[in-house]
Each structure stands twice: as C-alpha cells, then as structure tokens.
Write a protein that binds this ligand. Structure first.
Ligand SMILES: Nc1ncnc2c1ncn2[C@@H]1O[C@H](COP(=O)(O)OP(=O)(O)OP(=O)(O)O)[C@@H](O)[C@H]1O
Ligand SMILES: [Mg+2]
Length: 256
C-alpha cells in the first residue's frame, strides 16, 4: 500500500552498501528541484542526522516512537535541515529492533497523516541492514525500491536474497511496489571484479534495471563527515556529478 505521498525506499540488507549516502544525497538533489522531501531514517544507527548535520537532543520524538506508541503521529518528529525543502524524521539511536512489533503496516498508516501528505511531495526511507519488521514496514509503505550495492563478489548473493524478499512483499502485501533499479556504488571501472558482478546483476535482473553507478569519491565520505550533501560540500566533484545524473534518471523512471 502507498499513501498519497509517493515513497522511495533505499535498501540492501548488507551493511555498508551505500544506503545512507544514496538516501541523503538523492534527497538533497530532489529537494533542489523544488520538491518537498521528507527523509525517514529507519536505521537506529541514526546516520541520516549525522550526514545532514542535524543535532538531536535526548528525548526528542523520532520515527521509531510510532512502533512503541500506537497513537503517536509523525508530525511532531519532523526536523528542519539546513537544505531548503528537505526535512528529516530522525532515528532513535536507543531503539531496540525487537521492539518494532508485528504490525507491518504501522509506518504506511502513519505516512497517510495529513500533516505528511499536505507538506511533502516525496518520502525517502533509509533502511537498516536487517531483514526485520522495520524493513517490512518500509516495503509495505513503498511505491518504489532502489537497491544500492557495492560490486564485489559477496554482494551478488545478498542482492539475490533481497530480491526474493521483494517479490514476496509484492505478491503478498504491496502489489503496486516497483523495483526502480539496482545501483552499483563505490565503483571503479578498471577493476574486473566490479564489472563481473554488475554483469551478473544485469544478466539476472535485466540491463534496464541496472543504473549508472556512483563512482568511488572520497568527497562523498568527507561530505558525510561534515554533515552536508555532496552537492553542497563539493559541487564540482565526481560524486556530485554522479548524484545529479542519478536524480535525473530516477525522476524519469518514477514518472513512468
Ligand atoms: N561512492 C562512494 N565513494 C566513497 N565512499 C563512499 C561512497 N559511498 C559510500 N561511501 C562511504 O562508505 C561508507 C558506507 O556507506 P553508507 O553509510 O552510505 O552505507 P550504508 O549501507 O548506509 O551502511 P549501513 O548498513 O551501516 O547503514 C561510508 O563511510 C560512506 O561515506
Ligand atoms: Mg546506513
């Protein structure tokens, strides 16, 4: 089910696959086009707040509170960021993933709140590197899924397992969910192994689904460290160029 705001979920169960980097840089690219973007950090590591330089104080409302407080709405947890049109629903770093309950639709319902639907054009959800009820909540709310992956040999199996979960969610819970694409990140074209993994993904899931990659660029890691999207921190970098192209491609795919 998707509410009346479209929802893009960035996921890969593998840790360090570029989910947060992609989520916040894509969110910043879309926000720069004038779209009002809500970035939801479902990962209790809380990296979206770090990557956007949002300071939180103890006891502030977070997206995770909806899983422990059945009546809570998301409105009170929304934070401004330093980027125009970009808002954050931060994570609770103390949240225990076992406390996410059994309701797979909790987030989808919360996103239909008028406070969200009236204020935003697109919701982007960054997910934890786990296959648990939090991920099922994200997938149940999703209109589209984007899967970043680092093209090394171990990641192909991880992507295959994730795709199995996605097909199950599509057939049992959310038939309108679309896989937007697979996105190689931290790519280095001259490494043969990178090319081989992307060839495997292409063979299995189709060339149309494998997007142009995000190259390795230290500026992306630095930008994260200083709490800024790369388009602000290093607008002329390879990373900024790749994210700008990716955003244009995704907007086209989402309009189809
Ligand atoms: N294209 C890139 N070039 C260089 N460094 C990158 C690139 N993409 C991501 N990184 C760095 O790689 C690390 C992992 O990326 P990121 O945190 O986005 O992955 P993740 O999938 O969100 O991880 P987790 O599963 O822990 O949430 C970070 O230090 C990030 O700055
Ligand atoms: Mg992350």
């Amino acid at each position: 089910m998707s509410g009346s705001v479209p929802v893009l979920v960035i996921t890969n169960r593998k840790g360090g696959a570029g989910k947060t980097t992609v989520s916040l840089n894509i969110a910043a690219e879309f926000a720069a086009t004038g779209r009002r973007i809500l970035l939801v950090d479902l990962d209790s590591q809380g990296h979206c707040a770090v990557g956007l330089g949002v300071k939180l104080t103890a006891g502030q409302a977070t997206v995770h509170d909806i899983f422990t407080q059945p009546e809570m709405g998301l409105g009170e947890a929304i934070h401004k960021t330093s980027i125009n049109n970009l808002f954050l629903l931060p994570a609770n770093p103390a949240f225990q993933h076992d406390n996410s309950g059994k309701d797979e639709q909790r987030l989808a319902r919360a996103l239909t709140d008028e406070l969200i639907t009236a204020q935003f054009d697109l919701v982007i959800i960054d997910t934890p590197p786990t296959l648990d009820n939090l991920l099922l909540n994200a997938l149940s709310a999703a209109s589209w899924v984007l899967v970043p992956y680092v093209p090394h040999p171990l990641s192909f199996e991880g992507v295959r397992q994730l795709v199995r979960v996605l097909f199950k969610v599509i057939s049992e819970r959310n038939p309108t969910l679309k896989i937007l694409g697979f996105l190689p990140v931290m790519t280095t074209n001259h490494i043969r192994q990178h090319r081989q993994v992307t060839e495997q993904v292409t063979k299995q899931f189709g060339a149309l689904r494998v997007l142009n990659g995000i190259r390795t660029d230290i500026k992306l890691a630095e930008a994260f460290g200083v709490g800024k999207p790369v388009r602000v921190y290093a607008p002329k970098s390879r990373g900024a160029e790749d994210f700008s192209e990716l955003a244009a491609t995704l907007l086209q795919l989402m309009e189809k």
